[in-house]
Ligand binder design. Structure first.
Ligand code: ADP
Length: 365
């Protein structure tokens, strides 16, 4: 059984459309991340699933039942906000029990569920404290605990880690991944942080411009971005785009020519277009390596050298001011201002057509 279906969901606030025709099928127990820039409609979609907003058009189904007309409390979903939204005057235990008491769950059942959730989240020692006596990470765990005790079919997490500092965010991210193994429910997480989406989700739903741009596993999204937006949004530093023209091919694969006349064979099928067509050649930093000046595809000037310990990112500029991001080894000897050779691995590159569609290397059979 499919756990969640969205069918052609539309939403506008006044005359401003926010979601235009969003459809999605989630698998049972799947962890899906809605990833996109601020304002792309992620939270609105989450709130429609939760029942805090109604779609103008479209349907929401959960476990075989249509839920878009059902009250939020009766949907079997639990929403965890980025602000923990705990009741300050109540203990952790009462915060977790509150919704269950309202739902007339028997007291011994409430105790059992809280004990189980507190064990899972390792917050047993905190049950009698008030929220003000907790750290940010502990509060976030309590907020998740309050959702767990409802035994929802679906967890909805809205930027659950964004209020935490960097160290705590990394730790809570690992905890979320571990928790996920223990909780028998599907999860949707809204985030603008691609690292969060890449590390936690089974599938990522990339959103922008009121629509889903691509749905895929983290590596599908990274390796085979559906369009120019996804290619630029996912991956850090962002993919370099170089304008190229398609030229003759002898091996069934597309060959392109850069503005400076350099000929580059790609791994994309030649059927992508015809001679003379314009494309952007998309290169991840790992597809551009640093070599001696004069020995690469072209020479550039190292504008910024970012040393990350295990690797070095070189932001280079060509004579015509085109910017290219390259990857070099950790103990790179490139310094800012150096003239460097840039060697392109065209066989790994992507091509983006005039309509933005992404074309990728022919898959090995
Ligand atoms: P995201 O979660 O991707 O940042 P949102 O779903 O919060 O995006 O918002 C999408 C768009 O809808 C934004 O342009 C936002 O300003 C607008 N919006 C969100 N909620 C409301 C509201 N209650 N009234 C009017 N406009 C809203």
């Amino acid at each position: 059984m499919t756990s969640l279906s969205l069918i052609d969901v539309h939403k506008a606030y006044g005359s401003t459309p926010v979601l235009e025709g969003v459809s999605l099928e989630m698998q049972p127990k799947e962890f899906v991340a809605f990833l996109g820039p601020s304002g792309s409609g992620k939270s609105t979609l989450l709130r429609i699933i939760a029942g805090l907003e109604s779609p103008d058009r479209g349907e929401v189904w959960l476990d075989g039942a249509r839920i878009d007309g059902i009250a939020a409390g009766d949907r079997g979903v639990a929403l965890v906000f980025q602000q923990y939204a705990l009741y300050p005057h109540m203990t952790v235990r009462d915060n977790m029990a509150f919704g269950l008491r309202n739902a007339k769950v028997p007291a011994d059942e409430i105790d059992a569920r809280i004990a189980q959730a507190a064990k899972t989240l390792e917050i047993e020692e905190l049950l009698e404290r008030k929220p003000s006596q907790l750290s940010g990470g502990q509060r976030q765990r309590v907020a998740i605990g309050r959702a767990i005790v409802k035994v929802p079919k679906l967890f909805l997490l809205d930027e659950p880690l964004s209020n935490l500092d960097a160290a705590l965010r990394n730790r809570t991210r690992v905890e979320l991944a571990q928790l996920r193994q223990r909780v028998e429910a599907a999860v949707i997480m809204v985030t603008h942080d691609q690292a969060e989406a890449m590390t936690l989700a089974d599938r990522i739903v990339v959103m922008s411009d009121r629509k889903i741009q691509q749905v895929g596993s983290p590596m599908e999204i990274y390796d085979r971005p559906a369009n120019r937006f996804v290619a630029r949004f996912v991956g850090s530093p962002a993919m370099t785009m170089l304008p190229v023209t398609l030229t003759d091919s002898s091996d069934g694969l597309a060959h392109v020519v850069l503005d400076n006349g350099t000929h580059i064979p790609t791994g994309v099928a030649a059927s992508v277009g015809k001679k003379g067509d314009s494309f952007d050649l998309g290169l991840r930093p790992e597809n551009v390596s640093i070599v001696a000046a004069g020995a690469g595809t072209f020479d550039g000037k190292a504008m910024i050298v970012e040393r990350l310990g295990d690797r070095t990112i070189v932001y280079a500029q060509l004579a015509d001011k085109t910017e290219i991001t390259a990857l070099d080894k950790g103990d790179s000897n490139v310094r800012m201002g150096d003239k460097v050779g840039l060697s392109i691995d065209g066989r790994a590159a992507h091509l983006f057509g005039a309509d933005g569609t992404g074309h990728h290397t022919v898959r090995a059979a």
